[in-house]
Design a protein around this ligand. Structure first.
Ligand code: HEM
Length: 481
């Protein structure tokens, strides 16, 4: 039996299947919540947002300990996923629990709360704070949904295979938390939408694009299953896990967590795609769909436009970089996936355009583990494998992500990369999908056809309706609070 020191274990992807042979792996994964090292995979979720003010601390602690005992650990989740592959029997509903500083205080555990300033200040302050530079530029809190305008102390995430399973499990815990004096501020339901690609079903977001394909991997078994000749999807677990200040064990880890409700105006976005396709001379022809791919960086079926001039209807690859497309002739610099993960190219451009040294290692350090799900109902025609409606609101993405640093990962990606019109190169423009900066006209070219750049004024069709920063404590802490 080997006992790998915890600091060593967190440097490279963890071989979890041999957990029985290494007590550090077992302790880490048993003490950790589900959904961090890998998405829970359920198609229905309910996020419940809580105020703990006025609740009885003893009663509240008893319910939180019970949540800690009932939630699957990361190890339970991974083992259940293996069983599901073999037997088709689901591991059942998944519970995850998150706290804000006010939640720790209400549990009379204020000393156990992480002290990082970004976490303590929270999204309401950070999103429009002049002290955060460059700014995140969130819309004013007064324009957010009512749930998120109030101080939130905790969030319970319930995930199930059906909407009924998620709702019933959520109701059970809602009753228990309310009996302890907690107040439900509101909840959000998530429902995954699937589209057929190469005879498999891939999750799509409301603009119609396959989402969630590109992920940092921090389990050795997941890395082994991925081609990696060009892009290395392996990341050190310490980029997503932090020692839980509320637990004594050296193997007790938690993770910072971002929740953002992002509303999507589907009609506005689709009309803009069409207008761009007309401006580029692609409308009505075989390459019409490329206009959208130039904005997102992938076609709707997930094929990267850096690799293909047309959708391929193949399983979406992730083993690619922008090497060979340094001048952005195939995939514009402004494309969403190129803005939010330059895949090793930022050192070159930043040095060339701004004379600032940066490394690939630093660039990779900003990547987070995305675990979002779509919300709102749509009309999806299975035979046509596409949506048939185009709502202007009421649908969107419950963006969720785990990370070791809120400011270095989520905030950096949003503000320094996506919002910044001069990233990755001077004059690139802000991210067209989720940038929060004046849109303005930018030159955009369809290099695949060799056409000249057109100047196009993009509008914004994604709006933040509210959100918060949380900490997902270790189960070790929750079970003992
Ligand atoms: C409604 C808003 C959003 C939509 C519709 C959207 C859509 C997409 C799509 C279609 C992909 C391609 C699928 C993939 O490569 O996995 C993607 C990738 C990605 N998105 Fe978003 N996204 C949104 C918000 C955000 C936000 C707020 C962030 C971060 C602040 C973000 C960061 C990323 C990252 C890092 C990738 C992976 C890029 C890569 O590694 O190649 N997205 N998004």
């Amino acid at each position: 039996m080997t006992t790998t020191p915890i600091n060593e274990l967190l440097k490279r992807p963890i071989a979890w299947k041999t957990w029985g042979a290494d007590p550090t792996v077992r302790r880490l994964l048993s003490g950790l919540q589900a959904n961090i090292v890998k998405g829970h995979g359920r198609e229905h979720t309910r996020n419940l947002f809580w105020s703990f003010q006025g609740a009885d601390p003893n009663d509240l602690r008893a319910v939180v300990r019970r949540i800690g005992r009932n939630m699957p650990s990361a190890l339970d989740q991974l083992q259940a996923a293996e069983r599901f592959k073999e037997t088709g029997v689901s591991g059942g509903p998944v519970l995850c629990f998150f706290l804000r500083p006010g939640g720790y205080a209400a549990l009379q555990a204020a000393a156990a709360a992480p002290s990082a300033a970004d976490f303590v200040e929270g999204m309401q302050v950070r999103g429009s704070s002049p002290a955060v530079t460059p700014p995140i530029n969130d819309p004013p809190v007064a324009q957010w949904d009512a749930t998120f305008q109030q101080p939130i102390d905790a969030m319970l995430l319930v995930a199930g295979d059906t909407a009924a399973e998620a709702a019933q499990t959520a109701d059970l815990w809602k009753g228990r938390l309310e009996a302890a004096g907690a107040t439900l501020l509101g909840f959000e339901d998530g429902t995954a939408i699937k589209r057929r690609v190469a005879e498999k079903f891939e999750g799509v977001e409301h603009f119609g694009y396959v989402d969630g394909r590109s992920q940092p991997l921090f389990l050795a078994e997941d890395v082994e299953g991925e081609p990696r000749s060009h892009w290395d999807p392996a990341f050190p677990p310490h980029q997503f896990l932090v020692q839980d200040p509320g637990a004594d064990r050296p193997t007790s880890f938690g993770s910072f967590f971002v929740f953002r409700k992002l509303e999507q105006n589907v009609k506005g976005f689709k009309d803009q795609e069409e207008a761009l396709s007309t401006a580029l001379g692609l409308a009505g022809g075989p390459f019409e769909e490329r206009a959208g791919a130039l904005i997102v960086g992938r076609f709707e079926d997930g094929s990267p436009v850096a690799l293909n001039p047309l959708p391929t209807d193949m399983p979406p690859p992730n083993d690619f970089t922008y090497a060979g497309d340094e001048q952005a002739r195939r995939c514009p610099f402004v494309a969403h996936i190129r803005k939010t993960n330059p895949r090793g190219e930022s050192p070159l451009h930043i040095a060339q355009d701004f004379g600032v040294a940066t490394t690939t290692r630093q660039e990779r350090g900003h990547i987070m583990a995305r675990r979002g799900i779509t919300y709102g109902s749509r009309v999806f025609d299975d035979a046509a494998n596409d949506f048939t409606d185009e709502p202007t609101g009421g649908v969107g993405l419950l963006f969720m992500a785990y990370m070791a640093s809120l400011s270095e990962q989520f905030e950096f990606t949003q503000a320094t990369w996506a919002n910044n019109p001069n990233f990755v190169a001077a004059g690139t423009g802000a991210d067209i999908v989720m940038g929060q900066a004046a849109a303005g006209p930018i030159p955009i070219a369809d290099g695949w056809s060799g056409g000249a750049p057109v100047t196009f004024s993009f509008d914004r069709f994604v709006t933040l309706k509210g959100g918060e920063y949380f900490f997902a404590p270790s189960r070790d802490f929750l079970k003992a609070v």
